[in-house]
Write a protein that binds this ligand. Structure first.
Ligand code: NAD
Length: 281
């Protein structure tokens, strides 16, 4: 079985991006800039943002974090986004989720200029992705896609099952696999026989949030299995896939941690650079 090393793949991607940023710097005499807005003091969000900043600096991007307390008014955040939208030194804007309850997440997402929406959550980018047009692609599914392509460059005609239909993961993942001419089944909490669906798959992407949901006897021999889940349990962090069981059947499998996670941040940097390049056209 191939253990898909997300840490290594992400380090390779960052090295490529670093070279690309150096090239853009000498061509345009400026570098892409990423601005992250962080609201409140949730520890996981703070850790994510710190890692994003560190990785952005590593590849040579200009990076900035704007912090607000939990009590910040929605209009302050919307005004800041408006200001960043017209700031030429800012190529990408990311508002770290989740937001405090009094702030309307959708309003915030839609306030970001779609051409600077590095998370790919703006309805314009969602629509462009599903129509097959150029768009920002949500970072986690983009990372999964790049890992799958490393194992199997030609996905045409493959059967893929995506477990979970969130806007963050399942839906954009489905679009990416469709674009590659896979036959895609998207499953969710109301799916009647998830095991039977998974058993049909050449590729399984699990993004559910249920520890070790996908078992060994759900997976066809030689399937590629991508585990997006990050679940805290008494035995530490586990994915949505039962690693020990599935590793006996699968052709390739991502570990948790060290699989999809590291690719997510690298893809954020990639999206920032893509936004910059489109703005220079
Ligand atoms: P979500 O809660 O928004 O969506 C979960 C989806 O799973 C829903 O569509 C739901 O219908 C489906 N589902 C629930 N129970 C099911 C069942 N029994 N059978 C089949 N489908 C079922 O979750 P999300 O934001 O997509 O995140 C999913 C997981 O991925 C979480 O563990 C999260 O922590 C993790 N995650 C990881 C990364 C990363 O970088 N690796 C990024 C984002 C999220």
């Amino acid at each position: 079985m191939i253990l898909i090393d997300g840490k290594k793949a992400a380090a390779e991607l960052r090295a490529e991006l670093k070279e690309e940023v150096a090239g853009l710097k000498s061509k345009h005499n400026k570098v892409p800039g990423l601005t992250v807005i962080l609201i409140g003091d949730l520890t996981p969000s703070q850790i994510y943002v710190r890692n994003k900043e560190k990785s952005a600096n590593e590849v040579g991007l200009k990076s900035e974090v704007i912090k607000y307390p939990d009590s910040v008014e929605e209009k302050t955040v919307l005004e800041k986004i408006k200001e960043l939208n017209s700031d030429e030194t800012v190529s990408g804007i990311l508002v770290q989720l989740p937001l405090p309850k009094h702030i309307d997440k959708q309003k915030v997402i839609e306030a970001i200029n779609p051409s600077k929406d590095v998370d790919g959550f703006h309805p314009m980018n969602v629509g462009n992705l599903s129509s097959g047009y150029e768009s920002s692609i949500p970072c986690t599914p983009l990372g999964c896609y790049l890992l799958i392509k490393k194992i199997e460059p030609n996905l045409s005609g493959k059967k893929a099952v995506v477990v979970g239909r969130s806007n963050l993961n399942g839906k954009p993942m489905t679009q990416l696999l469709l674009k590659e001419n896979c036959t895609v089944t998207i499953t969710h909490s109301k799916t009647k026989d998830l095991k039977a669906e998974c058993l049909e798959a050449d590729i399984i992407v699990a993004a559910v949030g249920i520890p070790e949901l996908v078992r060994g006897d759900w997976v066809k021999k030689d399937a590629i299995v991508i585990d997006v889940g990050i679940n805290k349990t008494d035995n530490g962090i586990v994915g949505d896939v039962h690693f020990d069981e599935v590793s006996k059947n699968a052709k390739a499998l991502t570990p948790v941690p060290g699989g999809v996670g590291p690719m997510t941040i690298a893809c954020l940097l990639k999206n920032t650079i893509e936004c910059f390049k489109r703005s220079q056209k």
